[in-house]
Design a protein. Structure first.
Length: 279
């Protein structure tokens, strides 16, 4: 589960005014991060999210700042739509906790400092090797570790989005990919009508209806899945064009094939609730 370095979004206004070219490069990295995180949950409290949206540069930069403004606008559009993807956490602060690199920046206001302190405290109290902290070269050192220290020191994975291939390498560990199995080819013998008229004593192999629009459309459904694995590492999505639920079943490491599921009774309740399609 990712968290985002607040200083990548709330800038030091004086530093920005003297280093505008560097911030153009930063915005390119932020744009890549936005695209990658669009369908992922993010570790962020509502209070910290509010501070990210209301801080500089969004609050000050003129819309006549051309490309920079357009990139910033897309960033804040992304932040404003986090909604249900935001995972909150216990924000109880640990007195005298230190982070390295220091995540509580001098240009932060008191409320932002408090929220980042709460996030660092959560990291320290709940070390997790699967959690990652996204930052950028401008705000980091040569390491790939965020350290937090009080009575003991904890290490947390940091990925520097605009440094080499770190970001892509990290994402490739988790991105699920669709690969079609021919037994789910579109066929009149595998569609919903055939399923309704089937011999219930026989096995039925359903088609994958959305394949008619190309494998890229199936991948989009996988990317927009209900993001909790169910049963034997299966995921569910809903194909609104063909009005059918789609099951993605694991084929291999991060590889999934898919087929229609015509029996609404087999769809988990949490999936039905998530997509709000109940029949």
């Amino acid at each position: 589960m990712p968290a985002i370095d607040a200083s990548a979004i709330i800038w030091d206004e004086h530093h920005y005014s003297e280093n505008r070219f560097q911030y153009q490069s930063l915005m390119s990295g932020l744009s890549n991060m936005i695209l990658a995180l669009e369908n992922l949950k993010i570790l962020i409290s509502p209070e910290l999210l509010s501070k990210l949206i209301s801080g500089f540069p969004y609050s000050e930069i003129s819309k006549q700042d051309n490309d920079l403004w357009m990139n910033i606008d897309s960033l804040y559009d992304f932040l404003s739509k986090i909604g249900s993807k935001a995972i909150s956490y216990d924000r109880t602060k640990l007195d005298n906790l230190k982070s390295s690199p220091n995540q509580i920046k001098e240009h932060f206001n008191d409320q932002t400092r408090s929220e980042v302190h709460g996030l660092m405290s959560y990291f320290h109290k709940n070390p997790d090797k699967t959690r990652v902290y996204f930052s950028f070269e401008m705000f980091w050192d040569d390491s790939s570790i965020l350290h937090t220290e009080l009575n003991s020191q904890e290490e947390h994975v940091a990925v520097i989005v605009d440094r080499g291939t770190e970001f892509d390498d990290y994402l490739n560990q988790f991105i699920l990919k669709f690969v079609h199995k021919r037994k789910h080819d579109i066929s009149q013998y595998r569609n919903k009508e055939a399923w309704l008229n089937r011999n219930t004593n026989d096995d039925f192999i359903s088609q994958l209806s959305c394949l008619s629009n190309g494998a890229e459309e199936v991948q989009k459904l996988l990317d927009k899945r209900y993001d909790v694995a169910i049963g034997n590492e299966s995921y569910y999505s809903y194909d609104s064009i063909n009005e059918v639920y789609v099951v993605f079943r694991k084929t291999g490491n991060n590889i999934y094939h898919a087929h229609d599921e015509y029996d609404i009774q087999t769809i988990p309740k949490e999936v039905l609730t998530h997509f709000n399609v109940l029949k």
